[in-house]
Design a binder for this molecule. Structure first.
Ligand code: B3K
Ligand code: ZN
Length: 873
């Protein structure tokens, strides 16, 4: 066999076929034991009347690690001649049109390091089946369009595993022989296998209840290790808020009698929406003021809500195939981001979401893995849980919301849920519901699902003094992406405002762009306005307009759109930093204009502004964002210019930073409300600038904050700022103290790892290698890999891109090690190397060389193979 033929092959959306068989009922019995687990699956199978292939074989997915013990049809045991099996599929050629299939398999959760299917996290059993993990448990049509009613019995030793959970409601329990016990669960709602879940362990529980709008009482339970029982209140509160919000905003009620969340330490991503039994990475559910930062509190709130919202957008209405992933993910991210906006500050939430989109999703859209929101093909679906599917997918739903308005959008979601309840559908079905309620033609809009790449929109304007007519002209284009050279124009909403010299809003609304070039005129204006464009970031595009600094300053002061006020500030600073980078490369002296310093001074002293907004305005654009904007990424220039800006602004405004710090420090005990979080964010930003002056007095202030803080936000901010500052000895001292204080809190120690791994000071790689020797580092735990390896490779540009290529070789070593152990994590960690085309030639060669080394290391998982081969193509 040639090398070529052995490589994993892509599958295509265009090849979709309806399933030949449906599973009406799935009955599972798990016997969990220390050496192995036995699974008996009894399936009620029938031919799918919608399938025209009447002679089709029954195809069951099954991972190579699953040992088949017995297979029978209607009680008749099948011999090996009756079916065929390769490393992905088991095929039974001749089956009746309706029958009972029984299948007994043996699996080994203890040695499952991929953390997919059934595995062990510390002492407990848990599952992760999305996207294709169920096939690691038993033979089954593991595809989302096969929806079945599940009944699950879990049997295990009572002493070790007192808690036995699965989807739905518990219907029976009791003792078996040998100290084992069992619990049977029934989930009345048909679901695909990817939503199956099982948990067995010795867990503590926080209980509460929620009464739905129609008056049903739902039991709420959050399970965790007993030492973490005191960190579950915030998740519980968030869950109840999410349940209420979904009733109020979408008219959606919860449907089972019980809703459970389980916190586990070993988890490949954030959390999973299994029906009635969510499984969460501890990092997305545990929270307490002493151990958790404000940012992490908000993440818990957002993720708890996200998984809850999936109960309708994902579970009751699910995806027909995995190409439709954004149907549930884009929509659910939109739902959770609106929820967070309603619970906290809408403008701040929008700024944070857009910052992520513009840095990371735009970079993905410009890289070798660029794909449409609804991809056309994939080799490994796990590689498509991307920022494009999630975050850009959310923006696409947001644009529908903007185009239709809140009321019609709600009518559209009502129709969608009602029309497709219990079905597995497509993104076309979602858009169709929106088209049906609004009477609008959304055919062109659907290009957002099929065309990859970030559109560019260039805007120019003209003003006719004699007629008072103002004209805006838009030109849109979209760069080529892999497999898509030419793009057609998008249908995009451009929210705008026109602002007068005195700061009044002369006009505002939403323009709909559909052509590659299009003009809009505004009549009867008394003066030439300053345009505020793409308000609230109304479309995921790169918009340019030749703003002068004076115009940006005007928007910063007067725009009624908070997001655009922030963006005007960003545009101003980015412009300055880009010109400083040119100066830096030409070895010219760097300088920050007095006008910018004055503006910042004004913002810092203006007590009428929301401190969270001031903090966002005065936080310089990240190195990652500056890199995304560059034609060719000069890591050193970006870092040095940013450092120069920080130091200059720190020194020039030292008194004002000190005053802002004082103003935002309160002596009252910690609270987590929005106003207190806002004050902490400006206070800690100010502390960072004060430390950047290099003066000892501010080090003393930071140490005092570190020692006296009653919450993790303040303590961790002080630690990170000192560690990343020039006060190296003090940094080491604080790290040691922090470790002594928090060594028993895994999540806090993850932050301790990550602060060090992202420290750009020389010697980063050696420090990271030392961290890997730390007794708390565990290469099987994805959270630890993220805190050390990903923090270094993705958040420490200076260290990772060291000119000798050692950072690249370090990452490639990890990929080769993790390729078999945990392919999903390996492939995710690869991202920084895939961006090699964006760097200068010398770096390109070194990065490509390491990708080549990974490719040649042999026996690659589909996950790693897909990313490496596409990156080198
Ligand atoms: N649906 C899961 C993601 C599953 C990822 C599988 N590799 C979490 C979420 O988006 O809610
Ligand atoms: Zn999701």
């Amino acid at each position: 066999m040639s090398q070529e033929m052995q490589q994993p092959q892509p599958i295509y959306l265009k090849d979709y076929q309806v399933p030949a068989y449906l599973i009406e009922h799935t009955d599972l019995r798990f016997e969990l034991a220390e050496e192995e687990t036995l699974v008996r699956a009894t399936l009620q199978v029938r031919r799918n009347p919608a399938c025209t292939r009447t002679k089709a074989a029954l195809e069951l997915h099954g991972h190579e690690s699953v040992e088949l013990c017995r297979l029978s049809i209607d009680g008749e045991i099948l011999s090996e001649r009756d079916f065929s099996r390769d490393d992905e599929l088991l095929c039974i050629p001749a089956v009746p049109s309706r029958f009972t299939l029984e299948c007994v398999t043996r699996i080994h959760p203890q040695s499952n390091t991929a953390l997919e299917g059934l595995y062990k996290s510390d002492g407990m059993f848990c599952t992760q089946c999305e996207a294709e993990g169920f096939r690691r448990i038993t033979f089954y049509p593991d595809r989302p369009d096969v929806m079945s009613v599940f009944r699950t019995t879990v049997v295990a030793e009572r002493a070790r595993y007192p808690v036995l959970l699965s989807n739905g409601n518990p219907v029976e329990s009791g003792d078996e022989d040998d100290g084992r016990h069992f619990v049977t669960w029934e989930d009345p709602f048909p679901k695909p296998a990817y939503l199956f879940a099982l948990v067995a362990g010795d867990l503590a529980v926080l209980e509460d209840s929620y009464t739905t709008a129609s008056g049903r009482s739902v039991k709420l339970q959050i399970f965790a290790d007993s030492k973490d029982l005191d960190k579950l209140d915030h998740a519980m509160l968030s869950l109840k808020r999410a349940m209420q919000w979904d009733e109020q905003v979408y008219g959606r009620e919860y449907d089972l009698d019980i809703y459970m969340i389980v916190a586990v330490d070993f988890f490949n991503m954030g959390a999973m929406e299994n029906k009635g039994l969510n499984i969460f990475n501890t990092s997305c559910v545990l929270a307490s003021p002493r151990t958790t930062t404000d940012a992490a509190f908000q993440r818990v709130e957002g993720v708890v809500a996200h998984e809850y919202f999936h109960n309708w957008s994902g579970n009751r209405v699910t995806c027909r195939d995995w190409f439709q992933l954004s149907l549930k993910e884009g929509f659910t991210v939109f739902r959770d981001s609106e929820f967070s906006a309603d619970m906290n500050s809408r403008t701040v939430k929008r700024i944070e979401d857009v910052a992520l989109l513009r840095t990371a999703q735009f970079a993905e859209d410009a890289g070798p893995m660029a794909h449409p929101v609804r991809p056309e093909s994939f080799i490994e679906i796990s590689n498509f849980y991307t920022l494009t599917v999630y975050e850009k997918g959310c923006e696409v739903v947001r644009m529908l919301h903007t185009l239709l308005g809140a009321e019609l959008f709600r009518k559209g979601t009502d129709l969608y849920f009602e029309r497709h309840d219990g079905q597995a559908v497509t993104t076309d079905d979602f858009v169709q519901a929106m088209a049906d309620v609004s009477g609008r033609d959304l055919t062109q809009f659907k290009r957002w699902y099929s065309q990859a790449g970030t559109p560019r929109v260039e805007v120019s304007d003209s003003w006719d003094e004699s007629t008072g007519q103002y004209r805006l002209t838009f030109r849109q284009s979209c760069p080529a992406t892999p497999g898509q050279d030419k793009k057609l124009p998008f249908h995009m909403p451009i929210a705008y405002g026109l602002i007068s010299a005195s700061g009044d809003e002369l006009d505002a609304g939403v323009l709909e762009l559909t052509d590659s070039e299009q003009s809009f005129t505004f009549d009867g204006l008394a003066e030439r306005p300053v345009p505020s464009l793409l308000r609230s970031f109304s479309a995921p595009v790169k918009l340019s307009y030749p703003y002068t600094d004076a115009q940006l300053m005007h928007l910063l002061r007067h725009d009624s759109d908070g997001f655009n006020r922030w963006d005007a500030g960003q545009r101003m600073t980015v412009g300055l930093m880009q010109s400083l980078m040119v100066d830096y490369r030409a070895s010219r002296e760097l300088a920050v204009p007095e006008s910018l310093i004055d503006t910042w001074r004004g913002l810092l002293l203006d007590e009428s502004l929301d401190p969270a907004m001031v903090a966002h305005l005065l936080r310089l654009p990240s190195e990652a964002y500056l890199a995304e904007l560059a034609d060719e990424i000069d890591v050193e220039a970006i870092h040095e210019v940013r450092e120069f800006m920080v130091t200059t602004l720190a020194r020039a405004l030292q008194d004002e930073w000190s005053e802002a710090y004082r103003r935002c420090s309160d002596d009252q005990a910690y609270t987590a409300d929005a106003a207190a979080c806002a004050r902490r964010s400006l206070k800690n930003l100010s502390l960072g600038y004060l430390l950047a002056t290099g003066e000892e007095v501010w080090l003393a202030l930071a140490e005092e904050q570190f020692n006296t803080a009653d919450n993790m936000t303040d303590q961790q901010a002080a630690l990170a700022l000192v560690v990343h500052s020039g006060f190296r000895h003090a940094g080491e001292r604080l790290l040691a103290e922090f470790q002594a204080q928090w060594q028993h809190e895994a999540l806090v120690m993850n932050q301790w790892f990550s602060i060090q791994a992202s420290d750009p000071w020389p010697g980063a790689l050696e420090r990271v290698q030392q961290l890997q020797e730390h007794p708390l580092f565990d290469a099987r735990n994805p959270n630890k890999l993220r805190s050390v390896v990903a923090a270094f490779c993705a958040q420490n540009a200076v260290g990772f891109h060291s000119a000798d290529g050692s950072g690249y070789a370090y990452l490639a070593d990890w990929i080769i090690q993790l390729n078999k152990q945990n392919p999903q994590i390996a492939s995710r960690l690869l991202t920084p190397l895939t961006r090699w085309r964006r760097y200068p030639e010398a770096a390109q060669g070194l990065m490509r060389g390491q990708l080549q080394r990974v490719l040649e290391s042999g026996d690659l998982s589909r996950d790693v193979y897909e990313v490496v081969s596409k990156s080198l193509a």
